[in-house]
Write a protein that binds this ligand. Structure first.
Ligand code: ME8
Length: 505
């Protein structure tokens, strides 16, 4: 029976169009999903949109449309962007779907029946941008610490989730499962928050109507975060298909930005514990992508849109940059110049030239077919160590190192050509030695196409075809497919045009 593997991105707010910050998380989740599929896992990769709450209601009002009309239009922008970027999500959830309201109702009822929801009055300082209450000391100059905009004083009768009851259980959980929050620095941060003491939080609103009504008191709608987090359960059949839910839950990975770590590593596991479900296996919080030293603002200034970069770098060029050139964990700075430089060095030069060179030599010296001969030279070990290093890096969600390992193999193959000089071997009349060197390089290219495919699916599939292989890298199964010797002799090669044309600025 194949192993289930469940990975999620945050569901994005539809008050804004998708920018490269959203794409950063989504491309990373996609690479992980593609990698696990290569291992034969039964992957469930979920993304979607978060469509309730005051922020969305106001965005719709400001644009003179109903909240649902607004959400329909913006949610489609996210779906289109992910299609443009070859994101291979298995489902796309919208919190306005009936399946989601049902699941949220069911989840709320469970928590209510467990006695962890109580009525109370709340007065607090609310940031609509974050859809969060802040304590006086959290504010910066009286403003929201994230948005820098004024907060609003709000008083309402609310239902509260008794988060304070879960301190010990959360600490016990994270002591037993230190791997549940990554990277390690983020785990300490969360432990610090829990040890400081947790306050109950309000989970309903009467002041707005744009949300899921509470099953036992329909004057209230669920607080948008309570509603949103449950999406991870809805999509795998919560409250509808228990067998499917049990197959995929607990989630293997929730990938999130560090801005929403508290909700995922404190609120969410406590909500799940109350509802009688297990907490997620891993929450991985990555840093912010900055532009010119600042986080891209929500208002539009400084935002960069995926389609603009795709038109210049192509889909693979875009994906490669955010996986290999930005580290997944710390904050990173986006720079157009750095993106061009790395594209030219890694994709146009290293990857593109290797493919070009090897295929051209094979056409000239081996009649355009995969030769029988192999030198079984240094690339045999290089392939094995690349595969090992990539595996280790993927375990840590260190995508830069995972693909860095593939580029080490590319450099090793280029060096092997320089050292063994097949053109000189050919000139000296040693056809067997020439074919053996080219055979090794073709074999290395096959493994490169396979292992680079989670990052650059299009170029990998095209290289696969040019190598005379049938199907696509996505049909292959690791670990066997990474073994040396998978390329059949006699297959017809196609040298093609450059896979990554250079970009001149
Ligand atoms: O928070 N750098 O939605 P959101 C890196 N709906 N990642 C970034 C980024 C940046 N500059 N900007 C955005 C929400 N992101 C809630 C989530 S989940 C149940 C509900 C990414 O539209 C990053 O993953 O504000 C961040 O956590 C997410 O977008 C926030 O998206």
């Amino acid at each position: 029976m194949t192993r289930p593997f469940y990975v999620t991105t945050p569901i994005y707010y539809v008050n804004d169009v998708p920018h490269i910050g959203h794409a950063y998380t989504t491309v990373a989740a996609d690479a992980l999903a593609r990698w696990r599929r290569l291992w034969g896992d039964d992957v469930m990769f979920l993304t979607g949109t978060d469509e309730h709450g005051l922020k969305i209601q106001r965005a719709a009002e400001a644009n003179g449309v109903t909240p649902l009309e607004w959400a329909d239009c913006m949610s489609a922008r996210f779906a289109e962007t992910w299609a443009l970027l070859d994101i291979s999500n298995d489902d796309f959830i919208r919190t306005t779907e009936p399946r989601h309201s049902r699941a949220v109702g069911e989840f709320l009822q469970r928590v209510y029946d467990a006695g962890d929801i109580e009525l109370g009055t709340y007065e607090g300082l609310y940031c609509v941008g974050c859809e969060l209450y802040y304590a006086e000391d959290d504010l910066v100059g009286g403003n929201c610490p994230i948005h820098g905009t004024p907060v609003e004083r709000v008083t309402e009768e609310n239902y509260f989730f008794k988060l304070s009851r879960f301190e010990d259980r959360l600490l016990a959980h994270y002591t037993e499962h230190p791997e549940a929050i990554e990277p390690a620095g983020k785990r300490s941060e969360v432990l610090g928050i829990i040890k400081q003491g947790l306050r109950d939080f309000s989970i309903s609103r009467t002041s707005i109507s744009w949300g899921v009504p509470l099953p036992w008191d329909t004057n209230h709608v669920a607080y948008v975060w309570f509603d949103a987090l449950v999406n991870y359960c809805t999509a795998i059949g919560y409250g509808n298909d228990r067998a499917r839910f049990d197959r995929f839950w607990p989630a293997d990975y929730h990938l999130v930005g560090k801005d929403i770590l508290r909700q995922h590593a404190v609120y969410w596991p406590a909500m799940l514990m109350s509802a009688g479900e297990a907490p997620p296996k891993h929450v991985f919080a990555h840093g912010f992508l900055m532009v010119g030293g600042e986080k891209m603002s929500k208002s539009g200034a400084g935002q960069i849109y995926p389609a603009d970069l795709v038109s210049e770098f192509g889909v693979d060029g875009f994906r490669y940059h955010f996986l290999a050139d930005q580290r997944f964990g710390p904050d990173g700075d986006f720079s157009y110049e750095a993106m061009v430089a790395r594209y030219n060095a890694d994709l146009a030069n290293n990857f593109g030239n290797l493919a070009n060179r090897v295929l051209n030599m094979a056409v000239t010296y081996c009649d355009g077919v995969v030769p029988d001969e192999r030198a079984d030279g240094p690339l045999v070990d290089a392939v094995a160590s690349t595969f090992g290093a990539q595996q280790t890096a993927f375990e840590r969600l260190d995508f830069a190192s995972a693909f860095g390992a593939v580029w080490d193999l590319i450099r090793a193959a280029n060096a092997f050509i320089e050292d063994s000089k097949p053109w000189a071997l050919h000139k000296s009349g040693d056809a067997t030695a020439t074919a053996a060197v080219i055979g090794d390089c073709l074999e290395a290219l096959r493994v490169i196409a396979l292992l680079a495919s989670p990052a650059i699916p299009r170029a990998s599939a095209e290289l696969w075809r040019r190598l005379g292989l049938s199907g696509a890298p996505t049909d292959q199964r690791l670990p066997d497919a990474a073994n040396w010797g998978g390329l059949a002799a006699g297959a017809k090669l196609d040298k093609g045009t450059p896979l990554f044309p250079r970009i001149d600025t």
